[in-house]
Design a protein around this ligand. Structure first.
Ligand code: HEC
Length: 231
């Protein structure tokens, strides 16, 4: 059991531990090494090198060895994270437009991913480390709707089926960077339509964080809906 990240130095040790763990479990079923932006760098030689992580604060823009950390523009906007579809998939809450007066707040499937290096640390510590990224990709239900509730009948049964991608919402944990916003997390919208925006500005607490703070189970994350992350 590794301790929570309390300093950059601890973070460095944890990053090394995770990298070594990955190396040992190179063929683990959860590890899509070929697709990940970090795996190529992380796969070899990390256990005996001094990881540069200690030099990087979570507020920094560069990627650490073994993790994909948030990247920001010079103006401080978040750059659309890379390769999220090869991250750890934790769940798909579904709020069909047709069940929400034609306009769900977050239409419709919410495919939620967590950055894999952060997930490894969370599994060991039970805490989301600084730099954790959640990516919620929205996806429309497949049309045309056959029933008033928006559902369709397909060979597998009547229900909702995935259609077009539809933008994304992203959260990033950084207790220093986002402290002025009243949260440990930064909240970003990359459009509720395609294409996704290339960059996004942090949203005020009154738009996003207040609701997560009120009802999400753990550290502003709705772990109650993600079996992999729930206790
Ligand atoms: C009225 C409440 C509410 C507001 C406002 C809200 N969210 Fe959420 N958010 C949720 C709920 C509930 C979930 C989990 C279930 C779901 O997605 O339907 C969620 C999940 C998420 C997730 C997936 C990770 C997690 O924390 O579970 C992200 C990313 C996210 N929201 C970003 C945002 C952003 C960005 C905004 C503002 C633009 C925002 N949210 C505003 C209720 C809210």
């Amino acid at each position: 059991m590794l301790p929570p990240v309390t300093s950059e130095d601890d973070a460095c040790h944890i990053a090394q531990a995770v990298a070594c763990h990955r190396k040992e479990n190179h063929h683990d079923e959860n590890h899509h090494d070929a697709e990940s932006p970090v795996r190529g760098d992380a796969a070899d030689g990390l256990c005996d090198c001094a990881v540069a992580f200690a030099q990087q604060e979570a507020t920094n823009t560069a990627r650490s060895s073994g993790r994909y950390l948030p990247e920001y523009t010079e103006e401080g906007d978040l750059i659309l994270p890379k390769n999220w579809r090869s991250w750890i998939y934790v769940g798909s809450p579904l709020t069909p437009d047709a069940l929400n007066d034609g306009k769900a707040g977050f239409p419709e499937f919410h495919n939620v991913y967590i950055e894999p290096g952060s997930y490894e640390i969370y599994k060991k510590t039970g805490e989301f480390p600084e730099g954790t990224i959640f990516f919620k990709e929205l996806q429309r239900t497949l049309g045309p709707q056959q029933f008033p509730d928006g559902s369709r009948a397909e060979p597998s049964g009547r229900g909702y089926f995935p259609g077009a991608f539809n933008g994304a919402d992203v959260t990033v944990k950084d207790s220093k960077r986002y402290a002025p916003t009243g949260s440990n997390w930064g909240y970003y919208n990359f459009n509720h339509h395609e294409p996704k925006a290339a960059t996004a500005k942090v949203r005020p607490k009154a738009e996003c964080a207040y609701c997560h703070q009120a009802s999400a189970k753990k550290d502003e994350v709705w772990t109650q809906f993600y079996r992999l992350l729930d206790d």
